[in-house]
Design a protein around this ligand. Structure first.
Ligand SMILES: Cc1cc2nc3c(=O)[nH]c(=O)nc-3n(C[C@H](O)[C@H](O)[C@H](O)COP(=O)(O)OP(=O)(O)OC[C@H]3O[C@@H](n4cnc5c(N)ncnc54)[C@H](O)[C@@H]3O)c2cc1C
Length: 383
């Protein structure tokens, strides 16, 4: 896909069954609140609750689009979209299973073999198995193809050595899908990369916390010292790692999590402003809401393209870049409105503080804004 074709998007509408599902999700959220299992969040993180992940799995809301053969529910990507919207907008703690459901499972489904599918997918679908993403390294973030962690062939498997950084939830996940250089000395740095599924309790794996600016332990650095994995730990063909991570990033970049983390703050401020908010406050909220609705349409169209088996990397990059900048703007504008209007709603101060400390990360994680705009320009044939 190149030039204007890279940007062509069919407008997708949510089907009636997606709206029926929305009612089920809202009823679930209301039940969880009534039972005291869901409290108002005071922070911007996704939360991590294995109990909640299992309850969500019991409803069939993990692995929604995967084949039944592998524990999935064979529903549409648009129904899955509604699930994400409702759980994120209600700030349900979904962080335990999120990465496995969003990208590790789909990578295994698309590039893995049947043994790997049987081993991992049903456990992910039950909300019992969590994954993390091992891409970035100390001097390889944006320039991911420059990674130095390496895999060397040994009888029966591979020996892995290296160092990953910023690995969200490596201290709580069971497995990592990680990128290693398995052939060195090739002309292209994009060649010779391969992905492995690594149990995080393997001998030689060390996970060390990295505390974020918000004072939270979400990401880590992970060291691999002569870690042995069997041949069957490799996902896809040897050397195909770059194609696989590129496909994976489209799942990571286009979803509603790219702007809905600030939604809760917007909702709290709107509630606190009440019906007698002044004209300026109304205009500000309306402007942000209209931007969110536009992004939502774009993101739904990308979900429809993924469902159709396409790889919409350019529109996905647009969703991520526009979404994360809007998210940062929402935090700043809500802070201004709260100060100007002397708002003092419960949890507002904590949410604002957490938002300010988290917001620099929005435009970094999953690919920085500069890199995404490069992807868009390239896709449009502009560079
Ligand atoms: C909250 C959070 C969670 C994360 N979770 C994970 C995870 O689970 N797994 C994982 O693998 N990684 C994770 N990351 C890492 C993230 O993907 C990287 O931080 C990101 O890709 C940027 O890499 P870097 O930090 O090395 O910055 P660098 O690549 O060093 O970039 C520094 C600056 O230079 C700019 N820059 C770099 N190259 C170019 C260029 N060619 N043109 C223009 N500007 C450029 C960048 O935009 C940026 O502003 C996470 C990051 C955050 C903040």
């Amino acid at each position: 896909m190149s030039g204007a074709a890279a940007l062509r998007l069919e407008t997708a509408e949510l089907p009636p069954q997606a709206e029926a599902l929305r009612r089920e999700l809202r009823a679930f959220v209301a039940e969880e609140r009534a039972a005291g299992r869901l409290t108002d969040p005071t922070g911007f993180g996704m939360g991590f609750s294995p109990e909640m992940s299992r309850r969500i799995a019991e409803r069939g809301w993990i692995a929604m689009t995967w084949p039944k053969q592998w524990g999935g529910h064979e529903r549409s990507a648009l129904e899955r979209y509604v699930m994400m919207e409702e759980l994120l907008a209600a700030a349900v703690p979904v962080g335990a299973h999120w990465v496995a459901d969003r990208q590790s499972g789909p990578v295994i489904l698309r590039f893995g073999n049947d043994r790997q599918r049987a081993e991992h997918l049903p456990a992910i679908a039950r909300g019992e198995r969590y994954f993390c993403i091992g891409m970035s390294e100390p001097s390889s973030g944006s320039d991911l193809a420059s990674i130095r962690s390496r895999g060397d062939k040994v009888p029966g498997g591979w020996r892995l050595n290296g160092h990953k950084l910023w690995t969200t939830n490596a201290h709580r996940a069971h497995f990592m899908i990680s990128l290693f250089r398995t052939t060195r000395g090739l002309d292209s740095k994009h060649a010779g990369l391969s992905q492995f599924i690594i149990p995080l309790n393997s001998a030689g794996v060390t996970v060390k916390p990295v505390i974020s600016m918000a004072g939270e332990h979400d990401f880590n650095e992970v060291f691999f010292d002569d870690v042995f994995v069997e041949d069957d730990a490799m996902v896809g063909a040897e050397g195909n790692g770059w194609n696989q991570v590129s496909a994976e990033l489209a799942y990571e970049r286009s979803g509603p999590e790219r702007w809905l983390s600030a939604f809760r703050l917007l909702a709290v401020v709107v509630e606190a402003l009440g019906s007698d908010a002044d004209r300026e406050a109304r205009q500000e909220v309306a402007r942000l809401a209209s931007h969110m609705l536009t992004l939502r349409r774009l993101s739904i169209s990308v979900a429809a393209m993924l469902h159709a088996g396409l790889s919409p990397s350019v529109p996905a990059a647009m969703v991520k870049d526009l979404g994360t900048r809007l998210e940062q703007e929402t935090v700043n504008r809500m802070r201004d409105l709260a100060l100007k209007n002397g708002l003092t709603a419960p949890v507002l101060a904590e949410l604002l503080q957490s938002g300010l400390l988290w917001s620099p990360a929005f435009t970094i994680r999953g690919g920085t804004g500069e890199i995404l705009r490069g992807v868009i320009a390239k896709g449009m044939g502009l560079r």
